[in-house]
Design a protein around this ligand. Structure first.
Ligand SMILES: NC(=O)C1=CN([C@@H]2O[C@H](COP(=O)(O)OP(=O)(O)OC[C@H]3O[C@@H](n4cnc5c(N)ncnc54)[C@H](OP(=O)(O)O)[C@@H]3O)[C@@H](O)[C@H]2O)C=CC1
Ligand SMILES: N[C@@H](CC=O)C(=O)O
Length: 399
């Protein structure tokens, strides 16, 4: 099949939109041209005014545009743009993990019904080609787990706080200035962004669409000097980790939690805005993918790769769902956690199945023990407002 010429309608000209524009300019071999860019505000831009429009329909109704690249920071607007584009028979590339994670089943069905392609490599782990590899290389029964640092901003903050003794708020401000953070940075630091990425990776790993509401996500926004010192004394680093793993009887478990990471783990050395994903399988043991997880040019490169793939008529086949399906999401396992608190009253929210270690100090206390995942999921919104810090110890899930 011949390579198709792509006339692109671009939505969004922020960090990633501009990043894509730059990398596309450096790719003359690819027959792809940005015809129009839809943005929100009428402000002076680095490209001529004629390139921009403010009405999505100006692009969506243009029959000369066959490819939509959606790079906006609003998931609700992105939903309508991507849906309409697919219904109009246009191929779509998106980086919007929130929109995709919340509407994956519908978006997959729309792409199929309209016989078009919807690609979204940049939606998970920035420049790391993890989705396409899960889809094409790890396309069989041997896959056991996908575990990793999926959010660049929180990893950047942890690196600065942990290694450079910077304050949490200064590190977050820098992550925002560098264009790594989401418009609402709570998405990054409270584990939502990692959660949305994990939902997408779960589909391409095990063929299951899990609702983000049903999965535990807890982030780093409550981390304290005490927690950092605890980790340092033990020789650990604290990383925000997303994990999906296969259990026996075709069950899978997934969650996003800060984790104490020992020096022997691949992700121990992943710093700053980099992401790292460990893929574990039956025959090959562990493989590690590493690269920049945020930023305009690295993410633009992932979007460019999808555009190139479109030129070659590439589509996700959703092989796991179609050929290796039948996995069920299992929430009833127990996970070993460190729970740091000040006021013992807070303990009434938690039920430890067993406790292996506890400490009581003048200001802070902690307990380490196993808790049920489903009990934590039930209070996941409340967890953020409690004066606690919760982290996985890294011990295997009991189920
Ligand atoms: N930043 C990163 O490192 C990464 C980001 N992503 C994802 O990429 C997407 C874009 O992120 P990013 O570039 O950082 O965001 P920015 O905030 O830098 O840019 C957002 C752009 O979207 C435009 N926009 C917002 N709403 C609309 C709308 N309704 N119609 C048209 N344009 C709109 C804005 O317009 P205006 O310029 O007028 O304000 C702006 O140009 C998000 O989904 C994000 O999660 C994915 C991987 C990495
Ligand atoms: N805010 C995200 C951007 C990329 O997905 C991150 O920090 O990882």
């Amino acid at each position: 099949m011949s390579r198709q010429k792509l006339n692109i309608g671009l939505f969004g000209f922020g960090v990633v939109g501009k990043g894509l524009y730059d990398v596309l300019e450096k790719s003359p071999a690819l027959e792809a041209e940005v015809k129009k860019i839809c943005v929100k505000r009428q402000v002076k831009r680095s490209l001529p005014d004629e390139m921009f429009c403010y009405e999505p329909d100006e692009i969506l109704n243009d029959t000369g545009i066959n490819t939509i690249v959606e790079l906006i920071d609003n998931a609700d607007d992105a939903y309508f743009i991507v849906k309409k584009a697919l219904q109009k028979g246009k191929n779509v590339v998106s980086a919007n993990k929130k929109m995709l994670a919340e509407n994956l089943t519908e978006m997959m069905a729309l792409a199929k019904e309209n016989n078009v392609s919807l690609l979204y490599e940049a939606s998970a782990c920035g420049s790391i080609p993890v989705i396409r590899n899960l889809e094409e290389y790890y396309d069989n029964d041997l896959l056991l787990s996908v575990t990793g640092i999926l959010n660049g901003s929180s990893n950047y903050i942890l690196s600065k706080v942990f290694d450079n003794n910077e304050s949490y708020s200064d590190a977050l401000k820098k992550a925002q200035e560098l264009g790594f953070a989401e418009s609402n940075p709570s998405f990054d630091v409270d584990g939502f962004d990692s959660l949305f990425k994990l939902i997408i990776l779960t589909m391409h790993s095990f063929g299951v669409v899990v609702s983000p509401d049903e999965v535990l996500n807890y982030g780093i926004s409550n981390i304290s000097e005490f927690d950092i010192n605890y980790a340092r004394e033990k020789g650990y680093k604290i990383k925000l980790v997303g994990q999906v793993e296969r259990l026996r009887d075709k069950k899978i478990a997934l969650f996003v939690l800060p984790r104490f990471v020992t020096r022997d783990k691949y992700i121990y050395s992943v710093e700053d805005e980099f992401n790292g994903v460990v893929i574990k399988g039956v025959a090959y043991d562990k493989q590690f993918m590493f690269g920049k997880g945020a930023g305009g040019h690295p993410t633009g490169a992932a979007v460019l790769s999808d555009i190139t793939a479109l030129a070659h008529h590439y589509r996700y086949e959703y092989k796991k769902a179609n050929y290796f399906g039948g996995f069920k999401y299992f929430k009833e396992g127990t996970i070993e956690v460190y729970l740091r608190y000040s006021n013992p009253e807070v303990l009434k929210n938690f039920e430890f199945k067993s406790i292996s270690e506890e400490y009581h100090g003048p200001k802070y206390h902690y307990k380490i023990g196993f808790m049920r995942l489903d009990k934590l999921i039930a209070i996941k919104d409340k967890l953020r407002s409690l004066d606690i810090f919760l982290a996985a110890t890294g011990k295997a899930l009991n189920y």
